[in-house]
Design a binder for this molecule. Structure first.
Ligand SMILES: *Cc1c(COP(=O)(O)O)cnc(C)c1O
Length: 351
């Protein structure tokens, strides 16, 4: 089976993990800081806080913003559920915003209609690996968090640091893989300190807990993989862009519609998403040929949990709901070969 995404682990990554296993520190050692520094340097951020997953990173970001009961946070409905869940974890209310039909990024024109006195922040998602429209989102004078779990290696208007906080995931399907892990990067020292404290029991381990903390620590074993993998971000992303270019060309003048690329964006291509009618039939055909294409995602407001507890309903975000019927994520990862790409293209365009 050809999956939609897959990690690239090389011998030097393995050696780096083994060196930590032979050292004195398996967790909370020197490699955590090294990994934070390497991602900060890459992105161009002042502070990095490594945590146990992208989801934990989103949770700490919302905690650092002080989100609590009664607070509303605007999130795009077209995302993995964790984007909205982090608001719910804090007792806040995720307010679902619709997306642009051609990019599936949060639609800034619709954000304005959702802002009220209780709105405390906006979380944008760099869907598929393309940054959202941060210039437009910053006009609302609210903190803007980028769920950049898809977008390590992307640039917005030439910059890799473009939101007030950016959240990354290092799950095996993402740009770099360390098993499980995440990181928040920011230029705000106060938020960074708050998240550092919350990830490690907020002081309880040193004798006095000053807030309700968590164990969201990331081990030195994971961070060793992270330091080693972070040297490869550009190489991995450049192969992803090459693959996207081959798909783009193959689908010209067909009924297969790739998502649009916004001017000024450099895409990280975590996902290669096309829109097609009769999507389920095409997905089944690919599956029969050993190609496991994905559907990313059911709009979050259509999950039973949100319908039941947050009173969301069909028709709340019509653009995302229509897109959900047509989207298909084709395999894209650095070790996908040109022959495999040709095989996938043939499965898409020929009967
Ligand atoms: C992967 C992902 C997450 C969660 O990351 P984990 O490391 O799996 O917890 C959150 N948001 C988006 C958009 C993601 O793709």
């Amino acid at each position: 089976m050809i999956p939609y995404g897959c990690q690239t682990i090389e011998q030097d990554d393995i050696d780096a993990a083994v060196r930590v296993l032979q050292s004195d520190w398996l967790t909370c050692g020197p490699t955590v800081e090294k990994f934070e520094e390497s991602i900060c340097e890459y992105v161009g951020a002042d502070y990095g806080v490594a945590v146990s997953s992208g989801t934990a990173a989103l949770h700490l970001a919302t905690r650092a913003l002080g989100i609590g009961p009664g607070d509303e946070v605007i999130v795009p409905t077209m995302s993995f559920a964790a984007t909205a869940n982090c608001v719910a974890y804090c007792g806040g209310t995720p307010i679902f915003c619709d997306v642009e039909p051609d990019t599936l990024l949060i639609d800034p024109a619709k954000v304005g209609d959702l802002i009220r006195r209780r709105t405390k922040a906006i979380i944008a998602v760099d869907y598929a690996g393309q940054p959202a429209d941060y210039d437009a989102l910053k006009q609302f004078n609210l903190p803007v968090v980028a769920d950049a779990c898809h977008a390590l290696g992307a640039r917005y208007q030439g910059q890799r640091m473009y939101a007030n906080m950016q959240v990354y995931s290092f799950h095996p399907v993402k740009t770099i893989a360390i098993g499980e892990g995440g990181m928040i990067v920011t230029n705000n020292a106060q938020w960074a300190n708050s998240m550092r404290s919350l990830r490690n029991h907020a002081g309880a381990g040193r004798g006095n807990q000053t807030a309700l903390g968590f164990n969201y620590r990331l081990s030195d074993i994971h961070c060793a993989l992270g330091v080693s993998q972070s040297k490869k971000i550009d190489r991995f992303v450049s192969r992803r862009r090459e693959i996207a270019g081959i798909y783009d060309k193959a689908f010209e003048n067909t009924m297969i519609r790739p998502l649009a690329l916004k001017e000024g964006n450099e895409h990280a291509y975590h996902l290669y998403v096309v829109r097609v009618s009769e999507r389920d039939r095409i997905k089944d055909r690919l599956f029969q040929r050993g190609i496991n294409a994905g559907i990313h995602y059911r709009p979050t407001h259509l999950h039973d949990f949100y319908k039941k507890h947050y009173y969301t309903f069909n028709g709340l975000c019509p653009v995302a709901e229509d897109a959900w019927q047509e989207i298909l994520s084709l395999p894209i990862y650095p070790t996908l070969t040109d022959r495999q790409i040709e095989y996938i293209v043939n499965g898409m365009v020929r009967r």
